[in-house]
Design a protein around this ligand. Structure first.
Ligand SMILES: C[S@@+](CC[C@H](N)C(=O)[O-])C[C@H]1O[C@@H](n2cnc3c(N)ncnc32)[C@H](O)[C@@H]1O
Length: 254
């Protein structure tokens, strides 16, 4: 999938809040090696660097465009273009951090044990993923993709809900670690704009589907999705739109 930093950063404020919450809960005093998996434009990596300035940071991402922004902001960090499914550290890190990225990877029952195995003794895996797939902003992406003349082009790309129930992660991770701190937050995001929920998903869930279509068909699919989303999220009296968004967090120490 192609990531567009400008579209993604249009909602920088609400997208950064969970990064702060996750970093704050990590109890490591002075990690030596920190890896940010799916670092994107590197805002989380930089926040961690401000907390642990002496650590060595590696930011890994599959998007050259996202990494270019990250590199502009801090050339001193080791930015690596790689597929998270394949990347392996040379030296075991003390902290593997991942904000809003691992839901793009499949097979979580294999992924999380693999990440835990990469850590140095006493190391920490800190993860945040959206768990909002039944809210209309996201469910309407798949619903609209399967409900129109564009269906034959999009059907194979429609992803099933990638993030499981909290119990799944508890049962997978707790037996492998010393401590596990898990929580969920429902962020009530207050957004500006004409159809801001549709604009939000354009920078993420809608993007691969839009990229798979051309010309009039792309416009028609986009317009139909935007119509459905606008109806599902009516504006408040002050013109703002509420976009409630659930996210799951966990911090595991091996
Ligand atoms: C929603 S963005 C989050 C970026 C950043 N962690 C943040 O909080 O702003 C997801 C990032 O994961 C990256 N990503 C998704 N799947 C990937 C994969 N298989 N390999 C490498 N990067 C991937 C994307 O390129 C994108 O930059």
């Amino acid at each position: 999938m192609t990531w567009n930093p400008e579209l993604y950063l249009a909602f920088e404020g609400p997208r950064f809040r969970p990064v702060i919450d996750l970093v704050q809960q990590i109890s490591l005093e002075a990690p030596t090696r920190v890896v940010d998996m799916g670092c994107g434009t590197g805002s989380g990596t930089q926040l961690m660097k401000s907390r642990w300035p002496d650590a060595h940071f590696t930011g890994i991402d599959g998007s050259a465009d996202m990494l270019a922004k990250a590199r502009d902001a801090d050339p001193a960090i080791d930015w690596v273009e790689a597929d998270l499914n394949l990347w392996m550290p040379d030296t075991p890190p003390d902290l593997i951090f991942s904000n809003a990225a691992l839901h793009w990877l499949d097979d979580h029952h294999k992924l999380f044990p693999r990440l835990l195995d990469m850590l140095a003794p006493g190391g920490v895996l800190a993860v945040q993923m959206p768990r909002n797939y039944h809210a209309p902003g996201l469910s309407l992406v798949n619903e609209t993709a399967l409900d129109g003349p564009w269906r034959p082009r999009l059907e194979a790309m429609v992803r099933q809900v990638p993030v499981q129930e909290p119990r799944f992660y508890y049962e997978l991770i707790a037996p492998r670690v010393k401590t596990l701190n898990m929580w969920e937050t429902d962020f009530i995001q207050v957004l500006d704009g004409d159809n801001p929920v549709a604009d939000w998903t354009r920078g993420s869930w809608m993007s691969p589907l839009l990229n798979a279509l051309d010309g009039d068909e792309r416009e028609a699919f986009d317009a139909e999705y935007r119509r459905r989303v606008a109806a599902a999220y009516p504006k408040e009296k002050d013109g703002k739109t509420l976009f409630p968004f659930r996210r799951i967090f966990f911090i595991a120490t091996v």
